[in-house]
Design a protein around this ligand. Structure first.
Ligand SMILES: [Zn+2]
Ligand SMILES: [Zn+2]
Ligand SMILES: [Zn+2]
Ligand SMILES: [Zn+2]
Length: 490
């Protein structure tokens, strides 16, 4: 652990820390009772990550999906709370895909899906928010996303507490830095006297980090910058992955979608979203040396890392450098909006309190700027692909012959069925899709029951058909995404 943990309270007040936050009061009380030397386990773990030079929140949350899935597989799938949680919101596509890659999840998935279908799944998923994100942690209804968010916020709280206890006046005390993705969560817990040095340290480290070596084809030269900007590599890649499905030559969008809805392998809206991801990555890879593409490059952690891992090296290097410049600009603007540091003697409590009472929070503008989500062109493109495909589907299904194709194909995944219900203006089409989806869910429920029975030893002479893949096929139906349940996926 770096820095002194016995900071002088007078010096800390001089550094501009305002009184009153929960963490501050707790820290002051701890200092008084001389408990500061006894850090709790999360704080010790966070300090170790900071000393190792990595983002402590990225490091501490990396194993969350694995922990949750292991609990789910061993005992969670029998707990009423987990079953009810799954019924209210099955895994998102990213966590659904991750569950399917695990060898311990097929049977538990079958059990919870069977329960959820018999207990009546709710199709009332809220519409996506304005600043929509894709990837782990982005879905408010997914059990695993909720767990990741709660774990992240818990560690952010402990990190703020650790920083309050070990802060040196006017100086950031650690070798490691929080990444820009997680910085926005930490800033509300910090006083102005801590926020300014932290932002300045972030800006200096980003500015002086050596630019990505374009001669190197590996990602090793990119990692130091990625750790400072979007954060560590994700333990599970977000769905859809670049090049996860083959893209399609431009043709007639209506006829192309009709071909997709006749497919039996996956939801046509999910398929189109995966194609868009493949197509954009391919196009950007070809355009990177020919034209300016900075406005099309991703900004979120999921998609920057997706390009780094799956895109051509020149594109990966360009994406990382553009991202670094964007974060530097963002930090520069936030620092520009921060109030100038005042004379130490003026920061003493009575005067600082009176000034805050009179003027309000002087750094509110800067803090609001830091919290402002930046647009990610990849997230936006996926959002648009979903909305346009659902709209086109609603139009095509007004014609009776197309309804037959839809009924004989896959239909829609549960999330897109719920989304279709919210956006389709035609009640007749909505009713048709609702009844088709209800029949598909009933068939899945039957297959899950039969496959569970046939798995039992006393039924071993029974022939086993495609119904045995129902627990994995159920992930495609309830969580969405694109993969072949007969082969799992890579
Ligand atoms: Zn991080
Ligand atoms: Zn999720
Ligand atoms: Zn779908
Ligand atoms: Zn994105």
């Amino acid at each position: 652990m770096g820095g002194s943990i016995h900071a002088d309270p007078v010096t800390e007040r001089a550094a501009g820390r305002p009184p009153g936050t929960l963490i501050e009061r707790w820290t002051r009380r701890s200092r008084k009772s001389d408990l500061l030397a006894q850090r709790c386990l999360p704080e010790v773990q966070l300090a170790a990550s900071l000393t190792n030079g990595e983002c402590p929140i990225c490091a501490r949350t990396a194993g969350d999906a694995d922990h949750l899935m292991r609990y789910f597989a061993i005992e969670g799938h029998g707990e009423l709370e987990v079953l009810e949680g799954y019924r209210r919101g099955p895994f998102c596509a990213t966590h659904g895909h991750y569950a399917v890659t695990r060898t311990d999840m097929a049977s538990p998935l079958g059990a919870v899906q069977s329960f959820a279908l018999r207990a009546g799944l709710r199709c009332d998923f809220p519409p996506p928010g304005r600043d929509r994100r894709f990837g782990a942690g982005a879905d408010p209804r997914c059990l695993a996303c909720r767990s990741l968010r709660e774990t992240t916020l818990r560690f952010v709280f402990f990190l703020a507490n650790l920083l309050h206890g070990t802060w040196k006046a006017g100086q950031y005390p650690y070798a490691g830095l929080i990444c820009q993705t997680h910085l926005t969560l930490l800033t509300p817990h910090l006083s102005d006297g801590m926020l300014r040095p932290l932002l300045e340290t972030c800006a200096v480290r980003l500015e002086t980090a050596s630019p990505p070596d374009s001669a190197s084809n590996g990602i090793a030269s990119l990692e130091p910058i990625l750790r400072l900007t979007v954060g560590n590599a994700l333990p599970l890649p977000a769905w859809p992955k670049p090049a996860g499905v083959t893209s399609r030559k431009p043709g007639d969008p209506g006829k192309d979608l009709l071909r997709d809805i006749a497919e039996v392998s996956s939801c046509p809206v999910c398929l189109e979203m995966a194609r868009v991801m493949t197509h954009w990555t391919k196009w950007l890879g070809e355009a990177v040396n020919k034209q300016e593409i900075a406005d099309l490059l991703p900004t979120c952690r999921e998609h920057v890392w997706a390009l780094v891992l799956a895109g051509p090296p020149p594109l990966a290097h360009r994406a990382v450098e553009v991202n670094r410049r964007q974060h530097l600009g963002h930090l520069g603007l936030a620092l520009g909006k921060m109030p100038a540091a005042r004379n130490d003697s003026l920061q003493r409590y009575p005067l600082a309190l009176w000034r805050r009472f009179r003027d309000g929070d002087p750094s509110a503008l800067s803090r609001a700027w830091l919290r402002r989500p930046s647009r990610c062109p990849f997230c936006d493109r996926l959002d648009v692909a979903e909305a346009e495909t659902l709209a086109l589907l609603g139009i095509l299904l007004r014609l009776q012959p197309n309804r037959g194709l839809f009924a004989n194909g896959f239909g829609l995944c549960l999330r897109h069925a719920a989304r279709f219900e919210q956006v389709c203006p035609d009640n007749d089409v909505k009713h048709f899709v609702r009844s088709t989806e209800s029949a598909k869910l009933a068939l899945l429920s039957w297959e899950l029951t039969v496959s569970a029975r046939k798995n039992a030893w006393q039924w071993r002479p029974d022939p086993k058909g495609s119904e045995m893949a129902a627990p994995l096929a159920g992930v495609l139906r309830l969580s969405g995404g694109t993969f072949d349940p007969a082969q799992r996926f890579d």
